[in-house]
Design a protein around this ligand. Structure first.
Ligand SMILES: [Zn+2]
Length: 319
């Protein structure tokens, strides 16, 4: 019998699919290209890492970025809003904040693999890419994300795996003109750099995209719309409240995710509240969420981050 993942709507998993700059989130291809070209024209060409050199990322900063992202590590310690890992069935999701040092007892947080720690050159490259139109930094960022995806995937049993990006808000897409995470994942897919057996899909969307691309209000606000301005600047409690109930599974994916092994993908892990919301809606559909993969994780307060190699050793010891 075919694995359920094979029957999912094609959302960009195959070459020529739709997760690319042209259709992702509904930005028309020409408009997206024009905007990116315009940004490239007006942006000053100095290194986003050090401010010197007539290039967006100079060679020393590129090397520093690579050094900082080449060894993926387990990053869930300290992200207090992550859901629990999927070990005892779908009811294990409680959203209860796990203790940072909880190493067992069935209350482990969802495993999160990060390419690097958020700070220094990693943060500067990511911010320039996300917020300053520097789409020319997609390659080093995609390489970092691809490495983290491979590391995370290597720890799962063989078989198909669905990569689910955290959805972009409509207003963010409109402001930027592109979807940063979508650009990275699509680049990896086009170059054949996604882990073997993985499929890229967008089964999750915001319940209230806020404003449509044409500027008119979208949807009927039968629940309070999420706070404007995303998660930035909010504490753990605020982030949880801001994001809880804010997402849903797209209609065409309903009833099709039962038993499907998934990884949620995001750019930055802070408290894990956003990941928790995506995991919640996937698990409500019966999906088996194995973990999450992020480009960068904010440093845990306890400094308890576990090197990925150490994590692998521990996992082998456990099993
Ligand atoms: Zn530099």
């Amino acid at each position: 019998m075919a694995h359920p993942i094979r029957t999912l709507p094609d959302d960009g998993g195959a070459p020529g699919g739709s997760i690319d700059g042209s259709r992702y989130g509904g930005i028309p291809a020409a408009a997206g290209r024009a905007l990116r070209g315009f940004c490239a024209l007006i942006l000053p060409t100095s290194c986003v890492g050090c401010g010197r050199h007539d290039t967006s990322l100079c060679r020393p900063c590129r090397r520093a970025f690579r050094r900082a992202t080449v060894r993926p590590f387990r990053a869930e310690a300290g992200a207090g809003s992550l859901p629990l890992r999927d070990s005892d069935g779908p009811e294990s999701v409680t959203g209860a904040p796990p203790a940072a040092d909880d190493a067992g007892g069935g209350f482990e947080p969802l495993p999160v693999v990060a390419a690097g720690t958020y700070g220094g050159v990693v943060a500067r490259v990511l911010l320039a890419f996300k917020n300053a139109g520097h789409t020319d930094l997609a390659r080093p960022l995609a390489a970092a994300l691809g490495g983290a995806l491979l590391a995370a995937r290597a720890d799962l049993p063989a078989g198909p795996c669905l990569l689910v990006p955290v959805p972009t808000r409509g207003r963010s897409l409109r402001r930027r003109g592109y979807d940063p995470l979508g650009l990275l994942l699509d680049g990896l897919r086009r170059r054949g750099e996604l882990p073997a057996g993985s499929l890229l899909a967008r089964p999750v969307r915001h319940r209230h995209p806020g404003v449509r691309l044409d500027g008119r209000p979208a949807g009927i606000p039968w629940i309070a719309p999420a706070r404007q301005g995303g998660q930035k600047g909010l504490g753990r409690r605020g982030r949880q409240e801001n994001v809880a109930g804010s997402m849903r599974v797209r209609r065409r994916y309903r009833g099709r995710l039962e038993g499907v092994q998934c990884f949620v993908v995001d750019d930055v892990l802070t408290t894990g509240a956003t990941l928790a919301e995506v995991v919640r809606v996937l698990r409500a559909e019966g999906a088996a969420v194995a973990g999450a993969v992020v480009l960068a994780a904010t440093p845990p307060p306890s400094g308890a981050e576990l090197a990925y190699s150490e994590f692998r050793r521990n996992r082998r010891g456990e099993g």
